[in-house]
Write a protein that binds this ligand. Sequence first.
Ligand SMILES: [Zn+2]
Length: 230
Amino acid sequence: MYTTIPQYFPNAVTIRELEDRIVRDFMDRHLELKSSIWATSLCSDEVSNMFPEFYHLFAGPGPFQLGGISGLPFTGVTGLKAFLSHVPTHGAAMILYGPHIGVSDDGRIGHVNRANQFASSTCCGSLHAALTALKEGKELPISNPLDYQQARVLNHLSQYRDEILSAENPLKKATDYAYEAIHKKVHDILEQVQDELEDIRLYLLGGIVINTDWNRYDYFEVHHQEFYEY
Ligand SMILES: [Zn+2]
């Protein structure tokens, strides 16, 4: 694990280091963290709840969750509008977004050992399932209300089927493309809610969550860091 992470994620930092970075960035801009709230667009997987350090930084009980499986912002325009309407007066908002990928103690990419499980399991399970579907040439109907999120994930990755399947590590490649899709969707949705952004300072932090075995620290590799003042 300790050689795999720097090899595949050279810019990964611990969650504690990410917290320091957020605090520093807010201070540099004279923003009050306690007058700010945060949202996430991360996978629904319970291992995505690895930012407890952030709970005491911001106002409110916790993040507004914009994401669904894989981390795509499934709550869409309505969800982001709701989040923005909760920002304290003259306050700021942070959106932390991205897909996740496991790296187990034995260095297996796409797996983690979860608490009280005897063997490793897949991480991200949604991207793993999409990868299997790509290999088998399977499709999922978007119209199925009982599994439409996974159909959307597969739909995004299908555009890059050849690149993903021919990659040295197909799951890592799928994760990179999932990041691109999440990043683009977050920005596309922001374009649609410009009217709600008046008087809001917005801090966007996008990257890849790297989950490790349950008794280890997790990591985050920052890919985009942006600040907007409206
Ligand atoms: Zn996942």
